[in-house]
Write a protein that binds this ligand. Structure first.
Ligand code: HPA
Length: 278
């Protein structure tokens, strides 16, 4: 018989298996690396690299540009856990599986979360290679990872999303951008389920709704993180101008390529930010 996924029990089991490897290593910051941004892992002095396939309740990671490892290590004297590769709704994963690593990283001690992604630029003037600090989001995915029985031990039934993106930690990102000479955009990220890219009419609608960038991830993780009481900061790497705003044809290979070439700036920015956060 199919037993329903119990998030609290699954979390305990994942953490137990991870702790058997990492011992008393206690990360303070969790990082989720989006498409093409996995290279940031090289900036971390890695103590432990655990493949998702070796952690109970972690699904295999299939998307190109996502490697599927949980890294534990140090950068700028901060202990971090880094999700090198994430799960997407369009892959067919249950929402609860998508957010499971977030809950595990929270349970392992991480009070702060940096989420990153590749996104299409909607705001006029955004160009490929730009980096955007996420100020807020719009959940257009048609799902919420907290649907179902609330795991009361993890968080409240009705979490407040008014301050989902922490202004204090975001202010440090603005400082880090000045120091690393990164021109940092700011805006609202809108999440769609994917995997098809948007139509030009959808993009015009999203712009009217107040979105500055569009992507297929991040929002479920941020909801689960807020639910778990984490302080969240988000960065989008603009990989393309959204559909209909240029003549360009959209393709995932191109997305990963553009994000990869903006990688150096992104990595400098994030490393500098990590040095600042308290
Ligand atoms: N739309 C949705 N998701 C994306 C895009 C886009 O234009 N670019 C990168 N991820």
């Amino acid at each position: 018989m199919h037993t329903p996924f119990d998030p609290e029990q699954a979390c305990l089991e994942s953490c137990e298996s991870i702790r058997a490897i990492i011992g008393d290593f206690r990360p303070e910051l969790a990082i989720v690396l989006g498409s093409g941004l996995g290279g940031f892992g090289d900036r971390i002095h890695v103590d432990h690299c655990i493949s998702y396939s070796d952690i109970p309740h972690f699904m295999p990671c299939h998307v190109a540009g996502h490697s599927g490892n949980l890294l534990f290590g140090t950068i700028r004297k901060k202990k971090v856990v880094c999700q090198q590769g994430r799960y997407h709704y369009y892959e067919g994963h249950d929402p609860q599986h998508i957010v499971h690593p977030i809950r595990v990283m929270s349970q392992l001690g991480a009070g702060n979360l940096l989420v990153t992604n590749a996104a299409g630029g909607i705001c006029e003037g955004f160009v490929p290679g730009d980096i955007m600090l996420i100020r807020d989001h719009i959940n257009f995915m048609g799902m919420n990872p907290l649907r179902g029985t609330n795991p009361d031990g993890m968080g409240t039934r009705f979490p407040d999303m008014s301050y989902a993106y922490n202004s204090h930690l975001s202010a440090f990102m603005l400082e880090a951008a000045l120091e690393t000479h990164v021109f940092l955009r700011e805006g609202v990220y809108l999440a769609v389920p994917g995997p098809s890219y948007e139509t030009p009419a959808e993009i015009r609608m999203f712009r009217t709704l107040g979105a500055d960038a569009v992507g297929m991830s991040t929002v479920p993780e941020v909801i689960a993180a807020v639910h778990a009481g984490m302080q969240v900061v988000g960065l989008s790497c603009i990989s393309n101008v959204a559909a209909g705003l240029t003549e360009q044809v959209l393709a995932h290979d191109h997305v990963a390529e553009v994000v990869g070439s903006a990688g150096r700036q992104f990595e400098d920015l994030v490393a500098c930010w990590i040095g600042k956060i308290t």
